[in-house]
Design a binder for this molecule. Structure first.
Ligand code: UDP
Length: 273
């Protein structure tokens, strides 16, 4: 564990010992460094101990959003962040000399979690278009028929409907709540509305439901293996994603390089004192 471990957001001492892990500093944002097995052990311990834990996935895009949106940046402080995609891996290599132990993007991690639980789990879905969230519930039920998967709300319900949904969460208390409202809306919503009484794990998972429902095609395995899933998504949704990837990726790398030099000059400055 490095010195960042003392700044973790753990609350339960029982689960604190389940997995010890370090955080890596990606342009000022702490990101958990875990293998897939370690990450699954960590989240399953949280479920078993019913400890409310907010989890999201840091990629180049939302790191950029965090740099310009103070509200989003503040909300992320409440989350344990997993590394998502090639951008944060390049950043880790540039900043700390090595990549993350694993790419824990939500699109792969959530299905792995739903299949890994030792006991059946209650899975609540909130977000995306009405037909998409229903299809996702069907797909996730097939993934592990023992789990109790329920649609709690589609992504365009109003505030009154959200209040009703929150009361339903308090009654049912899902082990895993998946919130798919896009970035930064989902993290802001989770940070503002969810506490221990609503659920154990609360994930902000972006476009996962669109993939799970089959509405947006996932890149073939070989494209993912060469770390070009972002390019595949760009070809499929050029209008929506051009800005995010073609401008956002170089911007993120520029920020990483600037952060590296700023940290270097700060540490050489302090050595001179
Ligand atoms: N979405 C939603 N409510 C909203 C905005 C977005 O449910 O008010 C859903 C959208 O339908 C999609 C998901 O959020 O299923 C992710 O959106 P997007 O692809 O923009 O997210 P990102 O890729 O930025 O995480």
């Amino acid at each position: 564990m490095n010195s960042h471990a003392s700044r973790d957001k753990f609350t339960g001492t029982a689960v604190r010992t389940a997995v010890a892990f370090a955080y890596r500093d990606i342009i000022g944002i702490d990101v958990a460094d875990l293998t897939l097995d370690e990450a699954l052990t960590f989240v399953n311990a949280r479920i078993e101990n019913a400890v409310h834990t907010k989890i999201s996935f840091l990629n180049a895009h939302n790191a950029n959003v965090a740099k310009t949106d103070a509200g989003f940046r503040a909300a992320l402080e409440k989350f344990t962040l997993f590394p998502d995609g090639v951008g944060v891996d390049i950043a880790a290599k540039l900043l700390q000399g090595r990549k993350f132990k694993a790419n824990l993007n939500g699109t792969d991690f959530i299905p792995a979690l739903l299949q890994s639980a030792k006991k059946p789990v209650k899975v609540g879905l909130y977000g995306a278009a009405p037909d998409v969230v229903i299809k996702t519930a069907e797909a996730f039920s097939k993934l592990n028929p023992e789990n109790d998967v329920r649609v709690l709300g589609h992504g365009f319900i109003n505030e009154i409907e959200q209040t009703t949904m929150l009361a339903e969460m308090e009654r049912w208390h899902p082990d895993v709540l998946l919130v798919a409202l896009g970035v930064p809306k989902q993290e802001l919503w989770i940070a503002d509305h969810l506490t221990q009484k609503h659920c154990s794990l609360a994930f902000g998972i972006g476009a996962l439901f669109d993939f799970a429902a089959g509405n947006v095609p996932r890149a073939p395995q070989w494209v993912r293996a060469i770390r070009l899933e972002w390019a595949y998504r760009l070809i499929n949704e050029p209008v929506r994603l051009a800005r995010r990837y073609l401008l956002g990726n170089p911007l993120f790398l520029t920020r990483v390089i600037a952060y590296k030099f700023a940290s270097k000059s700060a540490s050489s400055g302090s050595q001179n004192v």
